[in-house]
Write a protein that binds this ligand. Structure first.
Ligand code: TEU
Ligand code: CA
Length: 549
């Protein structure tokens, strides 16, 4: 197994807007992150990934960049960024930033120039096409609702936007665009950052035939958008011109890709990306905003697929992020077993083969927000997809019920620091977004005091993981892929073997397993000793046990 620093670290994602507000204007900021670095150091995470911190009109909370070399005003200044980086480095941690280069904001200078006239030298920085009479060039759809094409009244041409119409897609066919992107990357790398998480990177290459989506493709256009013919060529160029020149990590957000693309993107011999963030696990049982039933057998299969490609691949393991609901609400039981199931999910995330990526708040078991009205949502995706929902026969009320399990906004409520107003996120009383009222009992302050908290469980597991190369690099074996409730797997290292047993259900059960007595119990989320005999173990609801031999 090839050793790399980014295989041995635990990544922690920060959504700066919701993390901590240092100057009480209701919006989280870079200084807020600095003030919480000691907290993160205590937790034991090593690499921080911050969601976009660049100048932006915030149509999509910073994923619409107006200026790649300026800091978002609400977040602070370039001096604040430089201080954040040096404070991170002082603590021997690493910093990764978000690279959003499939699209820019429509307020980016390149786009302002581009749309100003057909002869402008920036015209080809974006993707312009003539319409078909009064119709867009093809039937491609935007993830945030409606057509992916917007008509521009100046030239009467249409420009392409996979996301909102304020996020025009860059034209990667244009060499100059690629050079600009590489230049932006070097600007930040030369400051000393440790890598990029690359937003929707599989979408950068567009099939120049611009064929219509078929009926089947229509509801999941990502499966087509991620098959651009020059994707691998572009990434190889980026790698040779930029990435390979620094000791950094590149993590591609890989929404919609198939297995073949996954294998190619992150194959170390291909020299494209180091890691990919796959969506299969996080979107299990889900079709857009609709949550369907899923089962553990399907989930386990997905872990096996990504873990066992070969020694040239290294997976990432994550159960939530800023675009998805809270993990304890989706995979655990956020009611009577919130604490216990959150700990189980910690064990799952931190004992798999792959780099764990935690999301702010998961370490204290934060839950989904209980949305009841459409007006409570902030995310543009919610309103954007409303008409699609209605036209598919779903009522407004049902739409909200679905969103209560699927909306991106669950992850964007304030980080819960204490039981005070605004969850201790800010002392301003009119924050940009909601705080969950359950901060009265789910908060960092409580978790730091209580030695049996979710926080301390994460902390301990991170420590165990960091101190064991066998746990990090050991081979992965799912021991009972077909069991409906128990997730049991081994990690076989050079010296040690770990055995993880997770009861992912609300019921107690007796699980037959021989030779358990050969192992010793290393860590668990139980207070009492488990009942083990030579050929079975009794598991209570949401028991999570880690054995070693
Ligand atoms: O996400 C891409 C992404 O695929 C999801 O947001 C997806 O489009 C959506 O959830 C479909 O239901 C990245 C960022 O993580 C996200 O925050 C941005 O909104 C998006 O790209 C555009 O930059
Ligand atoms: Ca602020």
């Amino acid at each position: 197994m090839i050793r790399k620093w980014w295989k041995e670290q635990v990544v922690y994602q920060i959504y700066p807007r919701s993390f901590y507000d240092s100057n009480n204007d209701g919006i989280g900021d870079l200084n807020g992150i600095i003030l919480k670095l000691d907290y993160l150091k205590l937790l034991g995470v090593d690499t921080l990934w911050i969601s976009p911190h660049f100048d932006s009109p915030n149509d999509d909370n910073g994923y619409d960049i107006r200026n790649y070399k300026k800091i978002m005003e609400e977040f602070g200044t370039m001096e604040d960024f430089d201080l954040l980086l040096s404070e991170v480095q002082t603590r021997k941690m690493k910093l990764i930033i978000d690279l959003v280069v499939n699209h820019t904001s429509d307020e980016h200078n390149w786009f302002i120039e581009s749309k100003s006239s057909k002869n402008n030298k920036y015209r080809d920085y974006y993707i312009w096409k003539a319409g078909d009479k009064n119709h867009p060039p093809n039937n491609w759809t935007s993830f945030f609702g409606g057509s992916a094409w917007e008509k521009d009244p100046i030239s009467n041409d249409y420009y392409l936007h996979y996301f909102s119409k304020k996020q025009p897609d860059l034209n990667w066919e244009n060499n100059k665009v690629r050079e600009e992107v590489y230049e932006v990357m070097k600007f930040w790398l030369d400051k000393g950052i440790d890598g990029f998480r690359m937003d929707v990177i599989p979408f950068i290459s567009k099939d120049q035939n611009f064929n219509n989506l078929s009926k089947n493709e229509f509801s999941n256009p990502e499966k087509v958008y991620s098959l651009g013919p020059r994707l691998h060529e572009f990434l190889k160029e980026m790698n040779s011109k930029v990435l390979s020149r620094y000791d950094i990590v590149s993590i591609g957000e890989a929404f919609g890709i198939n297995e073949q693309t996954m294998i190619k993107l992150s194959d170390q011999r291909e020299k494209e990306l180091d890691l990919v963030l796959l969506f299969d696990i996080i979107r299990i049982g889900r079709e857009n905003w609709i949550q369907n039933k899923w089962n553990l057998v399907e989930l386990k299969k997905l872990f096996t697929v990504q873990s066992n490609v070969d020694e040239f691949h290294w997976p990432t393991v994550f159960l939530n992020n800023h675009d998805n609901p809270r993990s304890v609400s989706k995979y655990g039981n956020d009611k009577e077993y919130r604490i216990k199931s959150a700990k189980l999910l910690a064990m799952l995330t931190l004992t798999q083969r792959g780099t764990p990526v935690l999301y702010q708040g998961e370490e204290i078991g934060m839950t989904n927000y209980d949305f009841t009205e459409l007006t409570q949502f902030d995310d543009l995706e919610v309103l954007g997809n409303l008409s699609k929902a209605i036209s598919s026969g779903i009522s407004k009320k049902e739409y909200v019920l679905h969103l209560n399990n699927t909306s991106r906004d669950h992850a964007r409520t304030s980080m819960q620091w204490n039981s005070g107003p605004q969850a201790g996120f800010s002392s301003y009383d009119n924050n940009w977004f909601l705080s969950n009222p359950n901060s009265s009992f789910i908060n960092v302050k409580n978790d730091l005091i209580d030695r049996n908290s979710v926080f301390h469980f994460y902390k301990k597991l991170i420590e165990i993981r960091k101190n064991s190369k066998d746990l990090i690099y050991g081979d992965y074996f799912d021991l009972d892929p077909n069991h409906q409730n128990v997730f049991i797997y081994k990690r076989v290292g050079i010296n040690l073997t770990y055995l993880i047993i997770l009861n992912m259900s609300n019921s107690s059960l007796t699980y037959n397993f021989n030779n358990l007595t050969e192992y010793s119990l290393e860590f668990s989320n139980k207070r009492e000793n488990p009942n083990i005999s030579s050929n079975y173990i009794e598991l209570l609801a949401w028991d999570a046990l880690m054995f070693k031999k």
